[in-house]
Design a protein around this ligand. Structure first.
Ligand code: BDR
Ligand code: CA
Length: 313
C-alpha cells in the first residue's frame, strides 16, 4: 500500500513537535506533504519558527506554511504556562534554517489538496482550527476532496482550559464549529483519550536512552512539558497531538465510535465546549468518530521505535 498523504496543521508546542517527528519517521505509512502553522500555544511567529526548527533538526524535507495569526472572531489566547515562552522550551533546538514556504497556509491547504486525486489527502489538525476553517471557506470543494480531518481537540468530559472546554476548541470555537458542520469525515481525539497517553519518568528515560541528538532534544522538551501544569493532581505530560499520527500509523492503538458532536459558540461559560452525544440520545446523525480508549504502552513502544530512526542534529 502506498503511504497516506497528510498535511499537518499545528501550533508547536512540544506535543505538536512530537507529532511532526512521528510523521517524519513513518514514511512507509505517511507522506507528509506539508506542515501549516497557526497561532495557538504561542503566537504565530513562534509556532512557524518551531515547526521549521523541528523539521530542520530531524533532517526532514517538508515545506512549512504560516497561516492565521489570530482566531476568526476572538482575541488570541496562548499557553506559555504549559509550553514555555518559546513553545518548545526544554528542547534547545537551534533557530530555523529553512525559510517559510511562500503563501498563506489556508491557500496552501486548498492548492495542495486540489493538486491530488479526490479523497487522497488527510488533513491532520493539532492546534486551533482557524486555518482549516479558512481553507474550507476559501474552497467550497475542499470538504468533498478531503479524505478526512483527523484532529486533536475537545472533550467528552472535563476541559483543560475552562471546566467546559479543551484548549484548541476554546481558542477558536467559531472555526471549530465550522469544521464540525462541514460534512467532512472527522476523527476526533478528545482529552478523554489523550490524557491516557502520558510521559512518565520511565518512558522519558527510555526516550533519552535512544541517545541520538534528536532523542536528547525530545527528552529535554518532554521533561520540561511534563513538569508544567496547574495542579499536582491534574493530568500532566499528555502527548495529545501525536495520538492523531499514531492512529494513522497504527490504528489498533485507539478505539472509539461515531457520535454527533456540536461546538458551543454562544455561552460565555461553556465557550468551546464539545457536546459529544456518546450514547446517541439525540437524533443528530454522527459527524465524527470520537476516540475514547488508548493503548498507552503500545503508543510509547511505537514512538520510541520511530524516534530511533531519526538521528537529528
Ligand atoms: C492541546 O492544546 C495544546 O496545548 C496542545 O498542543 C494540544 O494541541 C491540548 O489541549
Ligand atoms: Ca497543539
Amino acid at each position: 500500500m502506498s503511504p497516506r498523504a497528510i498535511i499537518l496543521d499545528c501550533d508547536p508546542g512540544q506535543d505538536d513537535a512530537v507529532a511532526i517527528l512521528l510523521a517524519l519517521a513513518s514514511p512507509e505509512e505517511l507522506e507528509l506533504i506539508a506542515i501549516t502553522t497557526v497561532a495557538g500555544n504561542v503566537p504565530l511567529v513562534r509556532t512557524s519558527a518551531n515547526a521549521r526548527r523541528v523539521v530542520d533538526f530531524a533532517g526532514g524535507d517538508v515545506p512549512v506554511y504560516a497561516g492565521a495569526a489570530k482566531p476568526l472572531l476572538r482575541p488570541l489566547a496562548t499557553a506559555e504556562h504549559v509550553h514555555g515562552a518559546t513553545g518548545l522550551d526544554g528542547s534547545e533546538l537551534p533557530p530555523p534554517r529553512r525559510p517559510l514556504a511562500p503563501g498563506h497556509a489556508s491557500r496552501a491547504i486548498v492548492d495542495l489538496v486540489r493538486a491530488r486525486p479526490p479523497k487522497s489527502v488527510t488533513l491532520v489538525a493539532t492546534g486551533p482550527l482557524t486555518n482549516v476553517a479558512l481553507a474550507l471557506a476559501l474552497a467550497p470543494d475542499l470538504g468533498e476532496r478531503l479524505e478526512a480531518i483527523v484532529l486533536m481537540g475537545g472533550a467528552i468530559g472535563l476541559g483543560n482550559v475552562t471546566p467546559a472546554a479543551e484548549f484548541n476548541m476554546f481558542v477558536d470555537p467559531h472555526a471549530a464549529a465550522m469544521v464540525f458542520t462541514a460534512g467532512v469525515p472527522i476523527v476526533m481525539f478528545p482529552l478523554d483519550v489523550t490524557w491516557q497517553v502520558r510521559v512518565t519518568a520511565e518512558r522519558l528515560a527510555r526516550i533519552a536512552a535512544i541517545g541520538t541528538p534528536l532523542a536528547r532534544a525530545v527528552a529535554g522538551m518532554l521533561a520540561f512539558y511534563r513538569g508544567r501544569g496547574t495542579r499536582e493532581d491534574a493530568p500532566r505530560g499528555a502527548l495529545h497531538d501525536p495520538c492523531t499520527i499514531a492512529w494513522l500509523v497504527e490504528p489498533r492503538l485507539f478505539s472509539g465510535r461515531p457520535c454527533a458532536v456540536e461546538v458551543e459558540t454562544a455561552s460565555p461559560t461553556a465557550l468551546g465546549r464539545t457536546l459529544v452525544d456518546w450514547f446517541g440520545v439525540t437524533d443528530r446523525p454522527p459527524n465524527a468518530t470520537v476516540m475514547r480508549e488508548a493503548d498507552a504502552d503500545g503508543f510509547f513502544a511505537l514512538l520510541e521505535k520511530r524516534l530511533a530512526r531519526l538521528g537529528g542534529g
